[in-house]
Design a protein around this ligand. Structure first.
Ligand code: ADP
Ligand code: ASP
Ligand code: MG
Length: 487
C-alpha cells in the first residue's frame, strides 16, 4: 500500500438525520482531497432497535407491526432525502430505492406474522435494513457535493460464517471480495459507502455481526484493504476515562493501547464494539475514535503500545444487564469436576461467561453472563447437576440479575501494587458492597460485582479515587496536550 486509504465509519447518531448525514459527507469530502476513502455506515439512530422490536411483534402474530414500521421508516428517510438531495431526478431515484427496501421489510414482517415464526435468518434480513437505507442516503449526499460515490452492500464484500446474529468474518474470502469489489471503485476515484453491521456467507446468505457491529465492519474492511487507518466517527470526543453519561467530569484519552481499548470495550465502553480491534491490531493499523459533531478535535488514537508516559489506571467501565449465577453448597468442596460441569453447562447454553470467581473455601462457584442467556443457562445447570442436587452435594443454584460489573482498566496497572486494594477500600468507604471480585491474568483490569443500583456511584467514586478527572501527565489526555500546546 502506498497511497493513503482511510476507512471511515459513521455511527447511528452521526447519521441520525439529514443535517448529520450532510456533516458526515463534508468530513468524507475533506478526507477525499488527501487520499482514498471507504465509508462504512450504521443505520440512522433508533432504526435497528425498531426493526428488531417489529420483528418480535410480527413473530407474535401482530399483522400490523410491519405496516407501522414502514410508515415510520418512510417518514424518517424521506425527510432526510428532502434535506439532502436537491436535484429532482436524483431525489426521485433515491426515493424509489428507499420505498423498495421499505416494502421488502414490510413483506418480511408480514410473512413472519403469518407464520408466527422468526428464524435467525429472517431476523438478520429484517435488522439489516437500516444500514441498507442509510448507505444510499450517504452516497446521495456525497454526490450532492460533486463527488463520485456509490452505496455498496456488505453482502458483496464481507464473507462470514453462518452464525446468524453473531457472524464472524472469514478474512481470506473477505480480502478477495473486498479487493475485487472496492479497489476498482477506488482506482477510478469513486467513494464506496458500505453498509456496516452486515456480511454474507460464502453462499451469499445475509448475516449480521452482532449489535453495534458496524465498528467491527470498519476494521474488517480496514484489514482486508490494508488501510492506512480506520476512523470511527461517533457522538463523543473519543474514548473517555468513563462513560460521560455516568461521570460528567470524564476526560478524553489521547492515546490508548489495543489491549486497553479491547478491555474497555469488553467491559462495557459502548463507544467500541468488543471485537473492533481484532482485525487490525496485528496488522498495526491505527484506529481513531473521533466526534463527528466536532471534527476539529483530536479524538483518541488506538495504537499497539498506547501512550508512553501514561499512568496506571486509565478508565473505569461498567456493564449492566448481566446476571450472577452461583453454584454452591458445602458438599461441593472437593467434589471433582464441579467447575468443568458448570462451565460446560454455560457453554451448552451458548452463554458467554464474562467473569468467574470462586470463594476460597471452594463452597461456591460464581460466574456472570448476559441476562439474555440466564434462563437457558440455569436450565442446563439443573440438568447437569440433577444427581448432585438430589443428593444435596450441590445445595443451590442461585440467580441474581440485580447486579453489574465495574472494571478498573489500564495496561500499566501491571505490577503496580495496591490498585485492587485502593479499589476495594474506595468502595468500602462509601458503603458499596462488593459481591464478587476478579482480576484477569493479563492484569489489564480489576473487575468487581456490585448491586445494579450502585453502578453509577461505584463508577463515579472509583473515577475520583484514581484522580481521572484531573489533568493527566503531559500529553496523556487531550486536554493536557492542548494545555501544553497553548503555553
Ligand atoms: P455510535 O452510534 O456512534 O456507534 P454508540 O452509542 O454505540 O455510538 O457509542 C457511543 C457512546 O458510548 C457514547 O455516547 C457514550 O455514552 C458511550 N460510552 C460508554 N463508555 C464510554 C467511554 N469510556 N468513552 C466514550 N464513550 C463511552
Ligand atoms: N445498526 C446496528 C445496531 O444498532 C449496528 C451499529 O450501529 O453498529 O446495532
Ligand atoms: Mg456503536
Amino acid at each position: 500500500m502506498t497511497a493513503k486509504l482511510q476507512v471511515m465509519k459513521f455511527g447511528g447518531t452521526s447519521v441520525g438525520n439529514g443535517e448529520c448525514i450532510a456533516r458526515a459527507a463534508e468530513i468524507i469530502a475533506a478526507a477525499a482531497r488527501e487520499g482514498s476513502v471507504v465509508a462504512v455506515v450504521s443505520a440512522m439512530s433508533g432504526v435497528t432497535n425498531r426493526l428488531v422490536e417489529t420483528a418480535r411483534r410480527s413473530e407474535q402474530g401482530d399483522a400490523n407491526a410491519g405496516n407501522e414500521l414502514a410508515d415510520i421508516l418512510r417518514q424518517q428517510h424521506l425527510q432526510a432525502i428532502e434535506t439532502l438531495i436537491q436535484g429532482q431526478d436524483s431525489r426521485e431515484r433515491l426515493v424509489e430505492q428507499t420505498e423498495q427496501i421499505i416494502n421488502e421489510v414490510r413483506d418480511l414482517c408480514r410473512g413472519s406474522s403469518l407464520l408466527r415464526e422468526l428464524t435467525p435468518r429472517t431476523l438478520d434480513a429484517i435488522s439489516s435494513v437500516g444500514e441498507r437505507l442509510s448507505a444510499r442516503l450517504l452516497a446521495g449526499a456525497l454526490s450532492e457535493l460533486g463527488l463520485k460515490a456509490v452505496a455498496v452492500e456488505a453482502t458483496e464484500v464481507i464473507v462470514t460464517d453462518n452464525a446468524h446474529g453473531q457472524a464472524e468474518p472469514l478474512m481470506t474470502g473477505t480480502r478477495e471480495r473486498a479487493s475485487a469489489r472496492l479497489q476498482p471503485l477506488l482506482s477510478e476515484g469513486t467513494i464506496p459507502v458500505v453498509t456496516g453491521f452486515i456480511g454474507a456467507t460464502a453462499a451469499g446468505m445475509l448475516t449480521t455481526l452482532g449489535r453495534g457491529g458496524s465498528d467491527y465492519s470498519a476494521t474488517i474492511l480496514g484489514a482486508a484493504l490494508d488501510a492506512s487507518e480506520v476512523i470511527i466517527w461517533t457522538d463523543v470526543d473519543g474514548v473517555l476515562t468513563a462513560d460521560p453519561r455516568l461521570v460528567s467530569e470524564a476526560r478524553t484519552l489521547r492515546e490508548i493501547s489495543d489491549n486497553e481499548a479491547a478491555e474497555l470495550a469488553y467491559f462495557g465502553a459502548k463507544v467500541l464494539h468488543p471485537k473492533t480491534l481484532r482485525p487490525v491490531a496485528e496488522a498495526g493499523i491505527p484506529v481513531w475514535i473521533r466526534n463527528s459533531f466536532a471534527p476539529e478535535r483530536h479524538g483518541t488514537k488506538i495504537t499497539a503500545t498506547g501512550h508512553p508516559t501514561a499512568r496506571g489506571v486509565k478508565a473505569i467501565t461498567a456493564i449492566s444487564d448481566v446476571t450472577l449465577i452461583t453454584v454452591g453448597g458445602r458438599g461441593i468442596v472437593g467434589l471433582p469436576g464441579v467447575a468443568a460441569k458448570t462451565f460446560t453447562a454455560a457453554a451448552n447454553a451458548d452463554a458467554n461467561v464474562l467473569l468467574i470467581s470462586q470463594s476460597s473455601s471452594g463452597n461456591d462457584i460464581c460466574f456472570i453472563i448476559n441476562s439474555t442467556d440466564a434462563a437457558q443457562t440455569v436450565e442446563k445447570l439443573r440438568q447437569a447437576f440433577a444427581q448432585d442436587l438430589a443428593h444435596q452435594q450441590v445445595e443451590h443454584i442461585i440467580v441474581n440479575p440485580e447486579i453489574c460489573i465495574v472494571a478498573v482498566v489500564g495496561d500499566r496497572m501491571r505490577g503496580l501494587p495496591g490498585i485492587a486494594g485502593r479499589t476495594f477500600s474506595a468502595l468500602g468507604r462509601r458503603n458499596i458492597n462488593i459481591i464478587a471480585i476478579a482480576q484477569g491474568s493479563s492484569e489489564y483490569n480489576v473487575s468487581l460485582v456490585v448491586d445494579a443500583g450502585m453502578m453509577g456511584e461505584a463508577v463515579q467514586w472509583l473515577h475520583r479515587e484514581f484522580g481521572l478527572e484531573r489533568r493527566a501527565s503531559r500529553f496523556e489526555s487531550v486536554e493536557a496536550a492542548d494545555a501544553v500546546a497553548s503555553l
